[in-house]
Design a protein around this ligand. Structure first.
Ligand code: F6P
Length: 522
């Protein structure tokens, strides 16, 4: 069990409150002037990732106090419980072991007294063998043709992770086309069916519970459509496979045991991309690339587990998030990948972060008297600059952002990448340093008379002092994508520990489900 410590009762919290009052007016411009090597002071390098957190409204003292807070809530004890299979998802009486799914070490991990590693290895072998068979064309459909299209039928964690990763890794993809059906909206189903040929399509029904209405309704509609195209019920096994923990329901649906890829209750839906839920990723980019995704995440796990807290990427990012959320009372965080391949990352992270830490009750069952989970907003740069960045630059709210970028592009097209990254750096500078009235004035001088300049000055002013992190990787690869996702997974965990909430249940979605049944029956 995780410890049960109200963060506001710690000494560090009180010190942080006082420290906030002392430092809240400090401007990033002055902090950089006072310490020109601030970027060296506030950055972390680990393998192919560099995290620059110097453009945050923090001093060395802030960092020290935040680390004291981590110590007082016994974060290190929590980290070891997380990795070693304690039932930290206490409200569902489960361990949280997505980290075990990507572990290549020989170390055993026990759940209910049994080592789960052999099961994980067997499941990876099954994913590899199946992926090879489909990709090589040896797996045949009901008319003897090879598979050309994959349709992943799932919702939430059974859709968002594979969907995001398949898009993110398109550069590495093979000839198979991958589609995703998630919404219970029939239009979504029909639009996908319009694109595929039943003879050459493989459907993966992904549902941990195999009771999620969206997925089961969509899967039945698709199975009926499939059967109407000519094949018999005996052909279902050539075109339907399932990923689930519920063997009874999958059997009722008509998918044979040998077509089932297992999941376990210690894998949470929003952290399941590393399990058989990632089958469509392995099919799309090949098993070796899927394994690389896992390897990257495992590298980040090792860093998170072993690195000292003051040099630990997820810990530092989580604590800085708490600094803004609980002391500046900011409510939103923005995630800005400067790679079009990552356009689904913000939505994926919305579920991982908001479904986990959108909780208002602490581990005693009492309402919390402090803010918890943030609102997550995001889009790719530079598109975001032409959509919502105005509010970050000049709005009334303090919204910290994460800029994610790559030193090298995948396709080297003219000077596109140089321009893309010029925007990346320019945005973080503009947010942090803004522009003084004198600078604005200088810029306007050539463009009109003094009255006009005076009139425009307030509108063109940028106060700056808006924080950001820059997360820079060498290149977008399956491995670096794995690391990136794992950073955020661990950030979620750390924040949940500090906020003294249960991050791994999601009871908040149940009421709506129940009420929709009532409306449906009427
Ligand atoms: O949105 C609620 C939720 O339970 C998610 O946590 C989960 O990822 C999703 O539904 C899908 O669940 P299942 O895989 O059981 O269909």
């Amino acid at each position: 069990m995780l410890k049960n410590i109200n963060p506001t009762s710690t000494e560090a919290w009180k010190k942080l409150e006082a420290h906030f009052i002392e430092t809240k007016e400090l401007h990033l411009k002055d902090l950089f002037k006072d310490n020109p090597s601030r970027k060296d002071t506030f950055s972390i390098s680990f393998n192919d990732v560099f995290v620059d957190y110097s453009k945050n409204r923090i001093t060395e003292k802030t960092k020290e106090l935040l680390l004291e807070l981590a110590e007082e809530v016994e974060l290190e004890d929590a980290i070891s419980k997380y990795f070693y299979g304690d039932k930290i998802n206490a409200t569902e009486d489960r361990a949280v072991l997505h980290t075990a799914l990507r572990s290549s070490s020989e170390d055993e991990v026990f759940v209910e007294g049994k080592d789960i590693k052999p099961k994980i290895q067997a499941s990876l072998r099954k994913i590899r063998a199946f992926s090879n068979k489909v990709i090589s064309g040896k797996w045949k459909g009901y008319t003897g043709k090879s598979i050309t299209d994959i349709v992943n039928i799932g919702v939430g964690g059974s859709d968002l992770g594979p969907n995001m990763a398949v898009q993110a890794l398109q550069f590495y993809k093979n000839k198979l086309n991958t589609h995703f059906v998630s919404n219970i909206d029939g239009d979504h189903v029909v639009e996908v069916l319009k694109k595929i040929n039943p003879e050459t399509t493989l459907f993966i029904v992904v549902s941990k519970t195999f009771t999620t209405d969206e997925t089961i309704v969509n899967a039945n509609t698709i199975k009926d459509w499939f059967l109407q195209q000519g094949p018999t019920i005996f052909d279902v096994s050539k075109h339907f496979v399932a990923v689930t923990a519920n063997l009874t329901e999958v059997n009722n649906f008509g998918i044979p045991k040998e077509n089932v890829f297992r999941l376990w209750d210690w894998v949470g839906g929003r952290f399941s991309i590393w399990s058989s839920v990632g089958l469509s990723i392995s099919l799309s980019v090949g098993f070796d690339n899927f394994r690389e995704l896992l390897n990257g995440a495992e590298e980040m796990d090792i860093h998170f587990k072993n690195e000292k807290l003051d040099r630990n990427i997820p810990v530092i990012m989580a604590l800085i998030g708490i600094w803004y959320n609980n002391f500046y009372k900011s409510q939103t965080e923005v995630i800005l990948p400067y790679s079009q391949y990552l356009y689904k990352l913000p939505v994926y992270l919305q579920q991982a972060i908001m479904e986990s830490n959108g909780k208002g009750v602490d581990r005693n069952g009492n309402p919390v008297n402090y803010q918890t989970g943030n609102i997550i907003l995001g889009s790719t740069g530079t598109n975001a600059q032409h959509a919502f960045m105005q509010l970050l630059h000049q709005g009334t709210k303090l919204i910290p952002s994460d800029f994610i970028g790559y030193k090298e592009p995948l396709f080297k097209v003219g000077n596109h990448h140089k321009k893309l990254m010029a925007n990346f750096y320019a945005q973080t500078d503009a947010l942090a340093f803004g522009q003084t009235r004198a600078e604005v004035h200088l810029g306007l001088k050539t463009s009109g008379n003094q009255d006009k300049i005076n009139h425009l000055l307030p509108f063109k002013n940028f106060k700056g002092n808006r924080p950001s992190n820059s997360i820079l990787f060498e290149k977008l690869t399956p491995n670096s994508l794995g690391k990136l996702i794992a950073i955020y997974e661990h950030k979620v965990f750390v924040q949940g520990v500090v906020w003294n909430i249960f991050s791994y249940d999601q009871f908040g979605i149940e009421l709506g489900k129940e009420l929709s049944k009532k409306y449906f029956d009427n």
